[in-house]
Write a protein that binds this ligand. Sequence first.
Ligand SMILES: Nc1nc2c(ncn2[C@@H]2O[C@H](COP(=O)(O)OP(=O)(O)OP(=O)(O)O)[C@@H](O)[C@H]2O)c(=O)[nH]1
Ligand SMILES: [Zn+2]
Length: 199
Amino acid sequence: MQPEPALRVVHDQSDSADLAAAELHAAQFLEALGISLDSESLRGTPGRMARAYAELFSPRPFDLTTFPNDEGYDELVLARGIPVRSVCEHHLLPFVGVAHVGYLPGERILGLSKLARVVEHFARRPQVQERLTKQVADWLSERVHPKGVGVVIEAEHTCMTLRGVQAVGSSTVTSTLLGTLREDARSRQEFFALTGVNP
Ligand SMILES: Nc1nc2c(ncn2[C@@H]2O[C@H](COP(=O)(O)OP(=O)(O)OP(=O)(O)O)[C@@H](O)[C@H]2O)c(=O)[nH]1
Ligand SMILES: [Zn+2]
């Protein structure tokens, strides 16, 4: 199989973001909520809001670097505790936690940092945790062609802990398993044992 060409991810919503319009509307939004912007420290807040959300919705470009699996390594490769910072698309409030991303190599192995970069790539947009989990797994499966992929995300949704039901201390766990990790019970168990998650 031909090496996967290094892929430069270019999707970047900040390219199309109109920061001036976002700032104007953020000011109107805050004023509509009765928040006066008439002080030195709040005067710049609409602009900061616009830039902050533009940043949160801007994936950073990266190269998907893979190497030949010359040794025929055929056990699980697992990156544990990858930070997840995303924004729920329902309230635009952050959800924050960790991802455990693993794969069973086929002909190529993946540069390890790319497991964290893929998580960040799909996290930097309005999201739901289920979709984020599946997008990371599907993307790795399609690009690296491993024998199996497993992704677990555990996160606190601040829309559920700071406001609304205020379920302080709650976290949400989602997982997607593909290929051998889905089909083979022993591989599945090993994956969950190594992640420390008891499904
Ligand atoms: N499935 C899923 N739901 C999410 C996620 N993030 C936020 N939500 C939920 O989206 C739902 C939106 O429900 P609504 O009833 O329209 O919103 P709401 O009135 O603010 O609901 P409450 O949060 O219950 O006060 C809430 O139940 C949130 O907990 C996510 O990543 N996945
Ligand atoms: Zn929410």
